[in-house]
Design a protein around this ligand. Structure first.
Ligand code: ZN
Length: 155
């Protein structure tokens, strides 16, 4: 009881022994099972993600990382791992942020997310992780040319 927050309970079953590994596994399976970004957003042509990690006091922990995602391969459940190697049940899920940006046809969006996991498996239900992710998304829109279009037009 009280082992997982309500949010976490909805996405995985509680397991006592390896909460961190179990959570990561469940999350990676959820991402793998999701459709690709281009399946979800046919008008999405390219997505560039820039992000940096900060500790709860806002002190930077690494240099910014920037990479471009291929919407044909990237999954629509888009997650970045928390940099706290002991974090349980947290990480950063940018799926909703991307969905909202695309829906609103934004070409750039940036923001900050706070990890809602636990600081470590010994502080579950007591101390939150609260590491920060600051991100910037750059999105290109357009009609992508399909790799192969079968000529199966109905008459
Ligand atoms: Zn965390």
């Amino acid at each position: 009881m009280g082992y997982w927050t309500e949010h976490q309970r909805t996405i995985m079953r509680p397991q006592k022994f390896t909460p961190r590994a179990d959570y990561r596994l469940a999350e990676s399976l959820r991402a793998k099972a999701s459709i690709t970004l281009s399946e979800k957003f046919c008008e999405l042509k390219a997505l560039t993600v820039e992000f940096a990690y900060f500790n709860p006091e806002g002190v930077t922990r690494n240099s910014a990382i920037k990479y471009t995602v291929n919407p044909d391969h990237a999954k629509s459940v888009f997650r970045l791992d928390c940099m706290n190697s002991e974090c349980v049940g947290g990480d950063f899920d940018l799926s909703k942020t991307i969905a909202q940006a695309v829906t609103e046809r934004q070409t750039t969006t940036s923001g900050e997310m706070c990890c809602q996991g636990w600081l470590s498996k010994t502080t579950i239900d007591r101390v939150h992780c609260h590491n920060l992710l600051r991100y910037k998304l750059t999105i290109e829109y357009g009609t992508r040319v399909p790799v192969a279009t079968p000529q199966l037009q109905a008459v």
